[in-house]
Each structure stands twice: as C-alpha cells, then as structure tokens.
Design a protein around this ligand. Structure first.
Ligand code: FE
Ligand code: CA
Length: 546
C-alpha cells in the first residue's frame, strides 16, 4: 500500500480547516494533484493571533529541524474528568519505519480553544516529546466541563484539529450522553467506514473495548488487496510501534479520534491472541513473554490518549504488572468502570478449545479460577456499590452472558470458561442490588444483546443487560447459520452475525437506547452504514425491548 497517499494528506488538510468534519472529505479524491497545503504550511505566528487578555497566547511555536510533517498519526483525546482531558499526538514523520524522529527531544506547542478557528486560545503550553516514549505526547489540559478544540504545532507544521469534551462533575445534573462502543478493528480485514460513521455522528465519547491492533503478519484469505499488515508479527517496541502507526495512518480512524474523547481498554490482540497473564498463545517461556508483553503495553500507552503513566516495570522477573483498569463519571447520569480482562486471568481451561461440543472439562469449574484477579474484582464491586450515578456501566472485554450449548463451552476464552468467577460477580451484583447495570462487550465479532441473571439463566435474579458490539472491521468468526443457535440461548435476546459495525448508545435518566450500526461492505471505505436495530432498557428494569 501507499502509506502516504495524496488522499490522506488532503483529508488531513480538510480536517484542519473544517475541524473534525473529516467525513465530508474522506470520500473525495478529486483534488488529487493539489499540494497538501493547509496543514503543512507555516502556522500563523503567535504574535499575529487575535488580541486576547489571556497571556498564554504569547507562547511561540517551537523551532524544528524537521523537514516533513510529523503529525501523520492524527490527534486524539481521552479519559476526561471534570477538571480536564488528555490530549494526544505522536511525532512521526516516517511513521511506518520507527517514526523517523532523531534521538533528541522535541518541544511542541499545544493549544486549546472554545472554537475551531482558534481565534482565542483558552489554554496552551509547551510539551516535550522524548525518544523513549516514541515521541508521543500525553498532555493533561486543565479545563472546565464542556466542548473544546485542540491542536499541536511545531515549526511550520500544525496538526489536525481535534474536538474534545471535559466531563460534567459528578454532582451536576446531565440530561443525556451519547457514546459509541467499538472493538476489533483488524486493519487487514477491511476498511473503517464504521469509524467514518462515528465521526459523522459526533458522539460525546467513544468506548473502545479492545483489539485496537492485531499482531498477526500477512493477510487472511479474503482480505481487501489494499489492506495488508506490514512487517512481521510484532515482538518488541519497534515492531509494535510500527503496527500501531500502520493503523493510525488510516484517515477514518483519525477522524473518529478527532471527534471526541475516547476511553480505551485492551483485549488480547494488543499483545498476542488469547494470551492470559504471562501465558502466550504458543506457550512461550513466561519470562520471555513478559518482556514481549512489556513492549506491547508500552506501545499501547504511547499510542492511546490515556490518563496513565507509562508502564515502568520492564524487568522480566518483576511480573511487569501495568494497571489500566479505571473509572469515569459523566455527571449524575453515568459511571463507567473500565476493566482489564487479560492481565490477571487464569489460563484458559480445557486447552482453550473453540466450538467444541463436549461437556466442559473439570478444570473449567475450579472455584479458584479468576478472570479479573482478586484486587480488580474487589475494586469493581466497590466502584459499583459506591456509585451515585443513574446508570452503571462496565466496559468489559469478553462475553459475560451464558453462551453454553447443552453444557458445552463453545469459547473457553469468554466468561463461559470462568464460570465460578462469573457466578461470584453476578451474585455479588445481585446481592448489592446495583441499579441499572449495563455491560459493554466486544471481542467476538458479532452483535448480540443479552439479559444477565444471577444463577439460572432463566429463573435467576435479573442483574443487568449486556450489549455486545460487532467488530469495526475484523472478520466474523462463525457463519450466519449460527445466528439461530445464538438466539436460542436463554440469556440472548438478539444476535446479528453478518455485518461489521459498532453500537451508538443514547442515555438519559429514564432510558438506555442502543442503536446497532452496521457496515454494508467492509471492503469499501465509502460503504453505507445503517441501523440494524435499536434496543431499549427503561431505568429500573433489567429487560430489553426493541
Ligand atoms: Fe477481535
Ligand atoms: Ca479478542
């Protein structure tokens, strides 16, 4: 592929001048011979900016020796609280080959404004990008709740403009929040029309549930010819950086990042398929795998707008724990607990068989087995029990609902393979009478809606609902013929296996509405994206209606 197609530059330029309206540009190749000018010409010198009483506007744009645009990976924001938000970019003039920066540090000006023309700068600063962090930047901008626009500048180069939101404080009454839930965006399997649609919808948040990159090398059988995983399977910081950079050069993914703040957690493919703690898919030596995992975790941090320090424990013998589970509140309306279902789990039972119809092996039923680890499990319950918000959301990696077939576990990687941990969690939630629980899940590349129970999946106490989003682009794992089997499971309300897409959630104090958006043709970046179905939950109920 051509990583620096003219189209990408034009899209970037458009995104700069028309804020985050990248969707209006993304399908337009017509200006192919025009110079990629707007985002790459010298920025307006700070001294000529509109008069303002805010002294920070006098900050000068730092000089640079760079001779190519370093803002090739776009901008992003994330983890808003009521005091501010994280603003992200990474300097990478040669993104697919290690980034292309010298070993020295680079100063970058960041600016935030209430409007997308930046006539008045609300707050700005100089941030320093260093080689050990891949020349990434994680600026915590201190701002009041509401909508803001941001950009980065160095020498003659100005980044695309991002729109972000700072969260309403927990005590503030909030009428509505709209957010997208997404997962599984294997670059080689297709294009990101779903991300274009997210950008067009202008949600308040995106919750990304994992499988942001895939670690595999080469192509799958039916992959579009213009979407190839470059390079070998990543195992070290350089190869993981290059893999993230490949994904982040995509203009539709950049548009979705630029439209609103994201809440990002990981699943397995950010490191290695179906890994569990320090146990790899292929049974590598755990110490060697911990070293690889550290590189993957570090590259994840470098490329995500997360309010976290970088992973510090590089010692293969030190365990290398890197805590990413964390929470967010959105006024009095919603609280989100963001989980890590990979790092603390026991290994998959029964040899991690898939689509095996034999009864579950005894190992799976071991009451000591854990999905979240004791510390995270206690944190989750405490977070939910002390919540003052109307809706309590759990951003979760793998399917929580009971999807066993006549006692057979079809996927030992899901909560089905950790039945004691699931029973413990659902029983604790029922006992604590957690209000209005909504679980958001990805991983499985199909869309599903479920009602969760403590105990028996039919007669047990209703605990909450689960909305499983299909993949943004990753190929389906089972055929359409499986749809009716899934719908026959007692906890499953509906399922859709044929399409890629995401879920657009609209939340008020009275009602939760989940609009399932599907992509007509994942091989086409300009594909139509339409609504398959919308599911509703009334506050105070754990039942889904359409
Ligand atoms: Fe996936
Ligand atoms: Ca996964």
């Amino acid at each position: 592929m051509q990583p620096f197609s003219r189209r990408r530059f034009i899209t970037g330029a458009c995104a700069t001048t028309v804020a985050v309206a990248a969707a209006a540009c993304s399908g337009d190749d017509s200006g192919g011979d025009e110079p990629a000018s707007a985002s790459n010409t010298p920025g307006t010198p700070a001294a000529t900016l509109a008069e303002t009483t805010i002294p920070v506007t006098t900050l000068a744009v730092p000089d640079t020796d760079l001779t190519a645009d370093p803002f090739t990976l776009g901008v992003a924001s994330g983890d808003p609280d009521s005091t501010g938000v994280v603003l992200w970019t990474r300097l990478a003039p040669d993104p697919l080959n290690g980034g292309g920066m010298a070993a020295s540090a680079a100063d970058v000006l960041w600016e935030v404004s209430a409007d997308d023309t930046f006539t008045e700068i609300a707050v700005s600063g100089i941030a320093t990008a260093v080689a050990d962090e891949g020349h990434s930047l994680h600026v915590i901008a201190t701002l009041a709740a509401g909508e803001w626009f941001y950009r980065f500048r160095v020498g003659p180069y100005t980044s695309a403009v991002g729109r972000t939101l700072v969260a309403p404080p927990p005590e503030r009454s909030v009428e509505e929040v709209r957010f997208a839930a997404a997962s599984c965006q294997k670059y080689s399997n297709g294009h990101y029309a779903a991300h274009r649609d997210i950008a067009e919808q202008r949600p308040d948040l995106v919750v990304f549930l994992g499988d942001y990159i895939y670690e595999s090398a080469g192509a799958d059988g039916a992959d579009p010819a213009d979407r190839v995983h470059l390079g070998p399977e990543p195992t070290d910081i350089v190869t993981y950086r290059n893999r993230y950079a490949l994904y982040k050069t995509d203009p539709q993914l950049q548009a979705a990042h630029a439209v609103c703040p994201w809440l990002v957690i990981w699943d397995d493919h950010e490191v290695d398929n179906n890994y569990a703690g320090d146990i790899s898919q292929d049974g590598d030596d755990p110490a060697a795998f911990r070293a690889r995992r550290f590189a993957a975790y570090k590259a994840w941090w470098e490329h995500q707008p997360v309010r976290l320090d970088p992973p510090a424990d590089a010692s293969p013998d030190g365990g290398g724990e890197y805590r990413i589970y964390r929470g967010l509140t959105w006024g009095d309306l919603m609280q989100v607990a963001l989980l890590d279902g990979r790092q603390y789990r026991d290994d998959q039972a029964c040899g991690d068989l898939a689509l095996n119809l034999a009864p579950a092996c005894a190992e799976a039923a071991d009451p000591e087995r854990t999905m979240l680890g004791d510390t995270q499990e206690a944190w989750l319950l405490d977070t939910l029990r002390t919540s003052a918000a109307t809706w309590n959301v759990v951003a979760n990696q793998v399917v929580l609902a009971d999807a066993r077939l006549n006692g057979a576990v079809l996927n030992y990687d899901q909560w089905d393979g950790y039945p004691a941990a699931r029973s413990r969690l659902l029983h604790a939630l029922a006992k604590s009478a957690i209000d209005n629980l909504v679980v958001l899940t990805g991983d499985i590349h199909l869309a599903a809606v479920a009602e969760l129970h403590d105990g028996d999946p039919v007669t047990g106490t209703p605990v909450g609902v689960e909305f499983v989003t299909t993949s943004i682009s990753s190929s389906g794992l089972v055929g359409d013929a499986f749809t009716e089997v899934l719908k026959s499971f007692p906890e499953l309300i509906d399922a859709e296996l044929a399409h890629r897409g995401y879920v657009l959630h609209t939340v008020t104090h009275d009602q939760w509405s989940a609009e399932y958006r599907i992509v007509a043709d994942v091989a086409d970046p300009d594909s139509a994206v339409t609504t398959f179905s919308t599911y509703e939950v009334q506050a105070g109920s754990s039942r889904v209606s359409t």
